[in-house]
Design a protein around this ligand. Structure first.
Ligand SMILES: Nc1ncnc2c1ncn2[C@@H]1O[C@H](COP(=O)(O)OP(=O)(O)OP(=O)(O)O)[C@@H](O)[C@H]1O
Length: 255
């Protein structure tokens, strides 16, 4: 589904990613972890076309998409959620989710996509997909609420719904559980597993909550200072000396 080969990305003199290889197979849930600033979000930005790599290649289902613009990558079936929520305040949950469909419409401008395409021949299909996602993520009760009035856990769920409305083959989740309480985390973990089971999406999951990563992922890759230091089954990676040292180093810096 996804292959990153020897990815390099610098910002000025800072090497954010050095020779990083990463793969996600169809139907696989891969965790991407690492201390703060290790390059996780940069790698997702490389995959989704926001920051083209300076070296290396990104392949999606075997197709070389290196340097493609984000909207073209999205059309190949890649959807993402953001570390800091990227919902549109002032719009309802339903309207935010509708925006996820715009990759499948011909209308180019977002506002046009939202208010205009609705009346077109595609209406039945668009409605069916969005209603099904609302049902899947149990958002019926809040569909008409302005998103900014929803608790964080539900806002995160609306963002996931918007990504799923695009019917992705690869879903990239950047810290979907940040700031959540235990119950909200458990709900989100269940939705992630169901997304794979019921919707067949491959998932790349960036997450700091180790219990979730270890419980949900088939495989875990670890970045440290832009270098991949481990990649394998969760128990093996969790116990790897290099990984423990990377996280202990972070704790030392924090103290
Ligand atoms: N647009 C940018 N311009 C300059 N430096 C950047 C930019 N984006 C990321 N960086 C730097 O690249 C490094 C990797 O950042 P990145 O956000 O990818 O890490 P991360 O692992 O996602 O961190 P966190 O867990 O804190 O979100 C950091 O040193 C960061 O400051």
């Amino acid at each position: 589904m996804l292959q990153c080969q020897q990815i390099h990305r610098s910002f000025g003199g800072l090497k954010a990613l050095s020779a990083v290889d990463l793969s996600v197979e169809a139907g696989e849930i891969v965790g991407l972890i690492g201390p703060n600033g290790s390059g996780k979000t940069t790698l997702t930005n490389v995959v989704t076309g926001f920051y083209p790599p300076q070296e290396g290649r990104v392949l999606l289902s075997g197709q070389d998409v290196t340097g493609w613009r984000p909207h073209r990558v999205a059309r190949l079936g890649v959807a993402r959620t953001f570390q800091n929520l990227a919902l549109f305040r002032g719009l309802s949950a339903l309207e935010n989710i509708l925006l996820g469909r715009h990759v499948h419409t011909r209308a180019g401008v977002l506002s046009a996509a939202l208010y205009w395409w609705w009346g077109r021949t595609e209406e039945t299909r668009q409605r069916r997909v969005v209603e099904e996602v609302i049902d899947f993520l149990q958002l019926e009760a809040v569909r008409d609420e302005p998103v900014e009035l929803l608790p964080l856990g539900l806002q995160k769920r609306v963002e996931l719904a918007r990504a799923l409305a695009a019917e992705p083959r690869l879903l990239i989740l950047d810290e979907p559980m940040a700031g959540m309480n235990q119950e909200e985390k458990e709900y989100m973990a269940r939705f992630i597993l169901d997304t794979r089971e019921e919707r067949g999406a491959a998932i790349l999951l960036i997450e700091h909550h180790m219990d979730v990563v270890m419980g949900v992922c088939d495989r875990v890759a670890v970045l440290d200072h832009g270098v991949k230091i481990a990649d394998g089954p969760p128990p093996r990676v969790g116990g790897a000396p290099a990984v423990i040292a990377a996280y202990l180093g972070e704790a030392d810096h924090a103290s």
